[in-house]
Design a protein around this ligand. Structure first.
Ligand code: NAD
Length: 500
């Protein structure tokens, strides 16, 4: 269903104005149900990025944003949260239309995005800075200062929510920003200028440049006046960005890909594990960085688990993202769809196909894939090793706890891990042994905003979440103050010194 009043053109937003690219270049934006272009977006390049960085840099040097008291910035962030929530329905319909996310799952995104703004508004007011007293000698105090213009580069899965996850801490810290949204899904980002205006954010603090990653994204990474890049996306892109950013020694936060294991022991609450492992890989169309896309199941319950899992997977409702009954919608873009389908074909030679395996018969166009389940997948299989980023899961049996841990860690990624067992000691042991930034025990991915978020190995560098995000966008400036006389060795104080 096409939302009413759908924009047909998506410009940049620079220095408080909607503008097109200096070159006039545009690119087409498709909806994943028809794969037909419904809008054009301005295709930014070096010149447009330079213009946006100039606006942000002026907001940084001339103020008032970076030097405003935390409370004053927090007021504006709270207003931004309210403005996001006021657009809840509109955001959900735009996000669902542009990304193919089921509408019921798109509806949650506004609340989470608003919560990000409120959380970092609270944090910037509540947090104190360190001071170190050296009695009788020194007082040392830390002043945190925003680093400068922050470049925010985001992916197409839950785009608006992930943009808010970077915008909120960057703005709370006092950094003006240039946001480069993913080119597959620029639609919901077009809401930000209105949100920021409603909130009363000073002009030039929020800037948005649409465009292709290799052009607009690369220009942001290469710009010498952008000291920070916060990036979420694929591991291969992350590596390119790290290489490019080295030239200017930029601060980097890298949230990258995943191939997260779920370890299911025979003693677990099987019903709960089934619910959670199905939701964990098939929600958000499987286009989820923390998806539990490899399920490792103890041999004693392996056949029963596979059978029940596949039966449920076959019953998942795939269809029009706008239909509230839909559980899995359309994959974001035909290029991505082809890539996922290629993995499904590879999987047919690597595992036992239990469910799905292709386009559902009744859905003749659009990027639809029936939830696909492969069992008996060996650890050297590509569908075990590589991130597919779609509704596809690999199930593998194990016999011992040691084998389960080895299998869990047998990939280059280390974003999330999940463990299902009723044995408390084993639960902690295995959670501790999984090489991942985040592990959930007897739960799917539920996160408190204060906790660290991030991956190890090829899944990322650095952690976000809570004060870690503020640490990233601010520099620590230490002032050492002498409290008494300082006894300094007196160089050059001897009148005969030089002649000796
Ligand atoms: P992607 O790497 O293709 O693109 C992400 C962003 O980077 C886009 O805005 C793109 O335009 C830009 N980009 C591409 N090439 C660039 C370059 N050379 N220089 C600068 N910018 C460039 O990723 P995607 O396909 O949009 O997103 C899916 C990936 O994101 C998956 O791997 C997923 O696991 C990962 N992801 C990770 C997390 C996390 O928190 N760890 C969260 C969500 C998604």
């Amino acid at each position: 269903m096409t939302p009413a009043d759908l924009p047909t053109h998506l410009p940049h937003f620079i220095g408080g104005e909607s503008v097109d690219s200096v070159s006039g270049a545009t690119f087409d934006v498709l909806d994943p149900v028809s794969n037909r272009p419904y809008a054009t977006a301005a295709a930014g390049d070096r010149e447009d990025v330079a213009r946006a960085v100039r606006a942000a840099r002026t907001a940084f040097t001339d103020g008032p944003w970076p030097t405003m008291p935390g409370r004053a910035r927090a007021r504006i962030l709270f207003a931004a949260a309210d403005a996001v929530e006021a657009r809840e329905d509109r955001l959900a319909e735009l996000e669902s239309f542009d990304t193919g996310l089921p509408i019921t799952q798109a509806r949650g995104q506004a609340k989470r995005a608003a919560e990000n703004f409120r959380f970092f508004a609270d944090l910037i007011v509540a947090r104190g800075d360190d001071a170190y007293s050296v009695p009788g000698s020194q007082l040392n105090y830390v002043v945190r200062r925003p680093v400068g213009v922050a470049g925010l580069i985001t992916p197409w899965n839950t785009p608006f929510m992930l943009e808010s996850w970077k915008l909120a801490p960057a703005l709370a810290s006092g950094c003006p920003v240039v946001l480069k949204p993913a080119e597959f899904t620029p639609l919901s980002a077009s809401l930000w200028p209105g949100i920021m205006a409603d909130a009363g954010l000073p002009s030039g603090v929020f800037n948005l440049v649409n465009g292709i990653g290799e052009d607009a994204g690369a220009a942001l990474v290469g710009h010498p006046d952008v000291p920070l890049i916060s990036f979420t996306g694929e591991t291969t892109t992350g590596k390119v960005i790290m290489r490019e950013a080295a030239e200017n020694l930029k601060g980097l936060s890298m949230e990258l890909g995943g191939k997260s294991p779920v370890v299911v022991f025979a003693d677990c609450d099987l019903e709960a594990a089934l619910d959670s492992t199905l939701f964990g890989v098939f929600s958000l169309n499987g286009e989820r960085c923390t998806a539990g896309s490899r399920i490792l199941v103890e041999r004693a319950i392996y056949e029963e688990f596979c059978e029940r899992y596949a039966e449920r997977a076959r019953r998942i409702v795939v269809g029009d993202p706008a239909d509230p009954a839909t559980e899995v919608g359309a994959l974001v873009h035909p290029e991505h769809y082809e890539r996922v389908l290629a993995y499904v074909e590879t999987g047919k030679g690597e595992g036992r196909l239990l469910a799905g395996g292709g386009r559902p018969e009744q859905l003749r166009e659009g990027n639809y894939l029936a939830p696909t389940v492969f069992a008996d997948v060996k650890p050297d299989a590509r569908i075990f090793q590589e991130e597919i980023f779609g509704p596809v899961v690999a199930i593998t049996p194990f016999d011992t706890e040691t084998e389960a841990i080895d299998l869990a860690n047998a990939v280059r990624y280390g974003l999330a891990g999940y463990v299902w067992t009723d044995n408390l000691k084993r639960g902690h042991r295995v959670a501790g042994a999984i090489e991942a930034g985040m592990v959930w025990l007897n739960s799917h991915n539920i996160r408190d905003l204060r906790t660290p978020f991030g991956g190890v190995k090829n899944s990322g560098v650095g952690h976000e979440g809570g004060h870690r995000s503020i640490d990233f966008y601010t520099d620590e400036h230490i002032v050492h103050v002498a409290l008494g006389d300082v006894h300094t060795p007196r160089f050059g104080a001897n009148p005969d010194g030089a002649s000796r």
